[in-house]
Design a binder for this molecule. Structure first.
Ligand SMILES: [Fe+2]
Ligand SMILES: [Fe+2]
Length: 321
């Protein structure tokens, strides 16, 4: 049942008392009172996360049939299936807030809800499977590890399992990069080209600078966002640059330089205009990605109808017994 009105929360919650519980580290569970804004922000965040997992299967699904060996095919298949599972846990977590999976899907297809901008970039070569696992799943881990401690119980618990699988994803990507970077000169060139194309879109995954991010401060008070965007981006750069060095690949940033004083790298910002264009729907693959999701949703209607008809029949049978 989804009777909860998410705009004017009927369960209500005194904001000060709620904040005190959050501050004390007490997890919020589905039936607990919570402010309408907390519920609404979480639905947006978890829903967007769920959509990203599912849409994120598309750029990699593109390569399952073209993986260069049976072993690579099996690994990539397992990885893409993991992402479907992540979507499932997250849709379930989101449903505990009083919205149905159908509603979430409709909001994705209408463009009202977003998914991560990174999945609107094409995957052109096999090396892109390496770059995506290494950089995209790597950036996802940076974001998600702290969320294991977030204040909403179902979200934090989903994140524990997701993070374990994400670290496998990151390693499988890096392992592809190692094969390519230490392979023939042509393979190394492909690896470099993939890094060139995925570097800045990966930096964008952390979102705009905190000073330009509308919801950051409140979300941090509510502990549904645990770190600032800039802080996580810096951490990502600090960890990724030595990995690129090991591969003998060059991060496509002439301003990249170790800064002893801050114990981190100075680096160039991504092009935020490009980011906003992609978020608005004008990225290279936005149309294609949404079209694939729409086709899957419409093509699966007969199956959902069948499940519902079967469930209704079972209910009648049990009632008659
Ligand atoms: Fe995932
Ligand atoms: Fe992943």
């Amino acid at each position: 049942m989804y009777a909860q009105n998410i705009e004017t929360d009927q369960t209500g919650a005194d904001d000060a008392a709620f904040q005190a519980r959050i501050d004390a580290g007490i997890k919020v569970e589905p039936k607990d009172p919570m402010p309408a804004g907390y519920r609404k922000t979480l639905i947006r965040q978890i829903g967007q996360h769920a959509h990203s997992e599912v849409v994120g299967q598309l750029p990699e699904g593109n390569w399952i049939t073209r993986a260069p060996s049976l072993e690579r095919k099996l690994i990539l298949l397992a990885k893409v299936q993991d992402e479907a599972g992540h979507g499932l846990y997250l849709y379930c977590a989101c449903e505990t807030l009083g919205i149905s999976r159908d509603e979430l899907t409709e909001k994705l297809l209408s463009g009202e809800m977003k998914y991560s901008s990174i999945f609107n970039y094409p995957t052109l070569t096999w090396a892109d499977m390496g770059a995506v696992g290494w950089l995209v799943d790597g950036a996802a881990i940076m974001n998600q590890v702290p969320l294991q401690r977030c204040s909403y119980g179902p979200y934090s618990r989903a994140m524990v399992r997701i993070c374990k699988e994400e670290s496998f994803h990151q390693r499988q990507g890096y392992s592809i990069m190692m094969n390519m970077a230490f392979g023939t000169p042509e393979q190394k060139e492909m690896a470099q080209d993939a890094l060139n194309r995925f570097w800045y879109p990966s930096l964008m995954m952390f979102g705009p600078s905190d000073k330009d991010s509308v919801h950051s401060a409140q979300s941090m008070r509510w502990k549904i966002k645990m770190n600032g965007n800039d802080e996580l981006r810096q951490k990502f750069v600090n960890e990724t640059v030595p990995q690129a060095d090991y591969l003998g690949l060059k991060v496509p940033d002439d301003k990249l330089q170790w800064n002893e004083a801050k114990q981190g790298y100075d680096f160039s910002e991504p092009d935020w205009n490009e980011f906003y264009q992609v978020v608005k729907g004008n990225g290279p693959c936005n149309r294609e990605r949404l079209e694939a999701r729409r086709e899957a949703w419409e093509g699966g209607q007969w199956f959902r109808d069948g499940l519902m008809a079967y469930a209704a029949k079972e209910t009648r049978r049990r009632a008659a017994a």
